[in-house]
Design a protein around this ligand. Structure first.
Ligand code: NDP
Length: 252
């Protein structure tokens, strides 16, 4: 039997990038999966996956996603809050609209989804994984409210674990540089993006940047019963980037 055989999973932002890799991994492990995003169902989305067009920053949409999962699966045992967006700005550059968008998706979206599923999981048990970021621990330049939004995700994760165990386990992952559209946009901000990527790789003890599957693999373990004693934690998946001293290795 596969590790997550027969589980009923929701993956937000499951249409591309890290979310898509999570969807594929959960399917491979035997879960039933419902994914959502603001756009239409991606043409190449695996056929067993249910798709709901929804914006998780709206509480009514979050409810619609969970209601749809209850209709098709009869329960929700897994929630992966992956949907997230970034705005590359400092505090003075950030507009009210930027605030509403980033905090709306990255903070309120995670909150909305958790608020809908926790009462269901408190009855039948379940596991939540929120996608935070190393940016919630260390500040990426010109990403002020994105960085802050991910710190919120880490804090909410701990609160849910404390308030809703033992029926609900809640953990977070903090990816580093994972090569998706979002990361490409981040590197594009550099004066010389090619050089920025080469420099970034050199700072990774892993010798490479991350792949969406690196995050999906860690999430699959956190959702598995083998991680039954793990809750309220935030796991860094960054190829060792933030373990390194900021002193330049070449000078020592
Ligand atoms: P992408 O931009 O490639 O994908 C983000 C996904 O989220 C898309 O499918 C998007 O679909 C969906 N989404 C965005 N807003 C909403 C919304 N309001 N409601 C529902 N779905 C939404 O990003 P990544 O795959 O790179 O990132 C996934 C997660 O990982 C994010 O939370 C991000 O912050 C985090 N992360 C990524 C890192 C990286 O290096 N890539 C590093 C650290 C963390 P649509 O636009 O159709 O709504």
């Amino acid at each position: 039997m596969s590790a997550l055989e027969g589980e009923a999973a929701i993956v937000t932002g499951g249409g591309r990038g890290i979310g898509r890799a999570i969807v594929r991994r959960l399917l491979a492990d035997g879960s039933n999966v419902l994914a959502c995003g603001r756009g239409a169902r991606p043409d190449d989305l695996e056929s067993p996956v249910k798709w709901i067009q929804a914006d998780v920053s709206r509480s009514s949409d979050a409810k619609r996603v969970v209601d749809a999962a209850m209709t098709v699966f009869g329960r929700v045992s897994i929630l992966v809050n992956n949907a997230g967006i970034q705005v590359e700005k400092t505090v003075p550059q950030t507009t009210d609209d930027d605030w509403d968008t980033v905090i709306g998706v990255n903070c309120k979206g995670v909150f909305n989804m958790c608020r809908e599923v926790i009462p269901l999981m408190e009855t039948n048990g379940g596991s939540i994984v929120n996608v935070g970021s190393i940016s919630g621990n260390v500040a990426d330049p010109s990403m002020a409210i994105y960085n802050a939004s991910k710190s919120f995700v880490h804090g909410l994760t701990r609160s849910i674990a404390v308030d809703h165990g033992p029926k609900v386990r809640c953990n977070a992952v903090s990816p580093g540089w994972i090569m998706t559209e979002m990361a490409t946009e981040g590197f594009a901000l550099a004066k010389d993006p090619e050089r920025a990527i080469t420099d970034a790789v050199a700072r990774h003890p892993s010798g490479r940047l991350g792949k969406p599957e690196d995050v999906a693999n860690a999430i699959a373990w956190l959702l598995d019963r083998q991680a039954g004693f793990v809750t309220g934690q935030c796991f860094i998946i960054d190829g060792g980037l933030t373990s390194a001293s900021p002193l330049r290795p070449g000078l020592f």
